[in-house]
Design a protein around this ligand. Structure first.
Ligand SMILES: Cc1ncc(COP(=O)(O)O)c(C=O)c1O
Length: 358
């Protein structure tokens, strides 16, 4: 039996995509091999790689003067790759810390240059997106995490850098909403939430920002290495890229990112509406900064939260426990979570609420 999986990542993939992968698994398109076994220089893999890149460009409307790179090392590797590639002008960058991953990125960058904290929402447990940024002149870039997976916040409006380019971690909202790529110098995302199984990381970077990077930048962290080789400098994470291609085909069939965004807004809207009117459940995020992808909520009683998580699981609503930094619950409702899954969760929450309120 398939469950509704509310995991923050790795997370659900569309059933149709999994079934296609299953059908292809042992003998991919008459090759007599699985994608997991074939050479990354084979004609079959080459077609997968090119289609994945082409679909990403089409679905995200990526302008011609941007390169799309498929790299390894997870989103976390970009915490170092970004300063190593971009701190080549003034060597200065501004960071906005809106959660755990932004903080990790900020700390990594401190090793490489003159890094300034432009704002942080740590004072209120990362429950909002700071609007007043202390931005400097002459920086190479301004860094943000656009959707904060753990705390359930999202930039409804992108900040405008005072100088330099905008760099964004879009790991947990890529392909979930329409993004104007031309507003960013660089955006990047690990695949394991909205794209594919873990393995590939997508880096979309404006061509003029691709160079040799800082002195000593390791070959494999240098974007130029993969940019010059169409992301085939070395063995890519072939299976993850293949799954991404299938998922992108599926998204295109659904009507692309514009349609997906409507569905995501509807799903998140159902959940927030219920929580806002609930006598038991609360979401502590500043309303205008709420994420459409990750919805944290609590009952206010730790034991009751634990009971909720346990009973939800017994009802086929799994991985709904909040991150250890926040506690409570978190429903991650990425692209692949069907509307029925969200409705089933709400029904379960209603029942639980009735049982536990006077
Ligand atoms: C917003 C964000 N950035 C970065 C990461 C780290 O990704 P990875 O595990 O691929 O390094 C995550 C993982 O959950 C994330 O949600």
């Amino acid at each position: 039996m398939r469950v509704y999986n509310f995991s923050a990542g790795p997370s659900m993939l569309p059933l149709e995509v999994l079934q296609q992968a299953q059908a292809d698994f042992v003998d991919y398109e008459g090759s007599g091999m699985s994608v997991t076994e074939m050479s990354h220089r084979s004609k079959w893999y080459d077609a997968i790689h090119k289609e994945c890149l082409a679909l990403l460009r089409e679905l995200m409307n990526v302008p011609d003067n941007y390169k799309i790179l498929l790299v390894q090392g997870g989103a976390s590797q970009q915490f170092d790759a970004i300063p190593l590639n971009l701190l080549t002008g003034s060597g200065k960058a501004d960071y906005v810390v809106t959660g755990n991953f932004a903080k990790k990125a900020y700390k990594a960058a401190l090793q490489y240059g003159d890094i300034h904290l432009a704002a942080s929402s740590e004072d209120k447990a990362y429950s909002y997106i700071p609007k007043d940024l202390d931005l400097r002149d002459g920086v190479d870039y301004l860094y943000i995490t656009q959707n904060n997976t753990i705390f359930g916040t999202r930039y409804a409006k992108l900040p405008t850098p005072k100088s330099g380019v905008l760099v964004a971690d879009v790991s947990s909202n890529i392909l979930s909403e329409v993004m104007d790529v031309s507003k960013y110098g660089v955006m990047y995302a690990g695949a394991q939430k909205n794209v594919a199984p873990a393995g590939v990381t997508i880096v979309i970077v404006r061509e003029d920002l691709i160079g040799d990077g800082m002195k000593g930048c390791p070959t494999m962290l240098k974007w130029k290495t993969q940019a010059d080789a169409d992301s085939l400098y070395n063995t890519p994470p072939c299976f993850s890229i293949y799954m991404a291609m299938l998922n992108l085909r599926h998204l295109k069939k659904l009507g692309g990112v514009t349609e997906m965004q409507k569905i995501n807004e509807y799903k998140a809207g159902l959940l927030y509406d219920f929580i806002d009117n609930s006598k038991l459940f609360k979401n502590y995020v500043n309303r205008e900064d709420r994420s459409f992808m990750n919805v944290p909520f609590v009952t206010g009683d730790k034991d009751l939260d634990a009971q909720f998580v346990k009973e939800a699981e017994a009802n086929g609503l799994v991985s709904i426990k909040g991150h250890k930094l926040v506690g409570g619950m978190r429903a991650s409702v990425y692209n692949a979570m069907p509307v029925e899954g969200v409705k089933k969760l709400i029904e379960f929450m209603k029942k639980f609420e009735t049982e536990h309120t006077a």
